[in-house]
Design a binder for this molecule. Structure first.
Ligand code: PEP
Length: 250
């Protein structure tokens, strides 16, 4: 009942030529795998180029990060309204690399979530624990705090039109994928934690897994009851891998 969603996060990679080739390569799989929603999140400077290349296909566009502001003296930032004008439907918020490198606190992430939604984008809230937090049994409390920071500001109903991506930091870009049992345990916990706040949201919200997803581990991950697809970094830049991941989600 939840539509599977596969999102490619291209991070700071690509040239006009490589992106053109990548989209050409994944277009057919996205068009024929009609029960899976497919989204690509290019570097902001390529949003218009990607919008032109995906035109007429089932591929949707997402921003990797957005500002807490729509316009103003905020050098270097991407406005959600501008991203939307160029065809973006989604925006990641709170990716661990933004939390780490740009010092995005839970409060900043909540403000980005609200600004994205207020300007017509579907926020994809990324949450995840560090290796130390997992080793010291803090995974659930860290994730709950990350979710609560957004719910306190946006309200639980905001998740009627948002996506959650569970991305354990120790699995991002490391090749160290969570086992399907580890990932399912966390996804089930997130849904169970949301349920008393709003059972319908808990049931409907898509929860993606991210962290070294590849074509060869996606089938088992996506077969888990509470895993509704993936947020994919490295493998999203390789045509055959990304096609395999899209097909694993159907
Ligand atoms: C990501 O960038 O969100 C990610 C999960 O990266 P990777 O798939 O490379 O681990």
């Amino acid at each position: 009942m939840r539509t599977p969603l596969v999102m490619g996060n291209w991070k700071l990679y690509g040239t006009k030529d490589s992106i053109t080739a990548l989209i050409k390569g994944i277009k057919e799989a996205a068009n024929t795998t009609t029960n899976v929603d497919v989204v690509v999140c290019p570097p902001a400077i390529f949003i218009d180029h990607v919008a032109n290349n995906i035109n007429g296909s089932r591929i949707e566009l997402g921003a990797q990060d957005i500002s807490t502001n729509v316009s103003g003296a905020f050098t270097g930032e991407t406005s959600p309204l501008m991203a939307k004008e160029f065809g973006a439907k989604y925006s990641l918020v709170g990716h661990s690399e933004c939390r780490q490198h740009h010092n995005d606190t839970n409060a900043v992430v909540a403000a980005k979530f609200v600004c994205a939604q207020a300007n017509g984008l579907i926020p994809v809230l990324c949450i995840g624990e560090t290796p130390e937090e997992r080793e010291t049994d803090k995974t659930f409390s860290v994730l709950e705090a990350q979710l609560k920071a957004v719910i306190d500001v946006a309200g639980i109903e905001a998740f009627e039109n948002a996506v959650i991506a569970y991305e354990p930091i120790w699995a991002i870009g490391t090749g160290k994928v969570a086992t399907s049992e580890q990932a399912q345990e966390v996804h089930a916990h997130i849904r169970a934690w949301l349920k008393p706040q709003n059972p319908s949201v808990a049931q409907k919200v898509q929860i993606l897994y991210g962290g070294s997803v590849k074509a060869n581990n996606a089938i088992e991950l996506f077969a888990q009851k509470d895993i509704d697809g993936g947020l994919v970094g490295g493998a999203a830049l390789i045509v055959e891998e990304f096609i395999g991941i899209i097909e694993a989600a159907k």
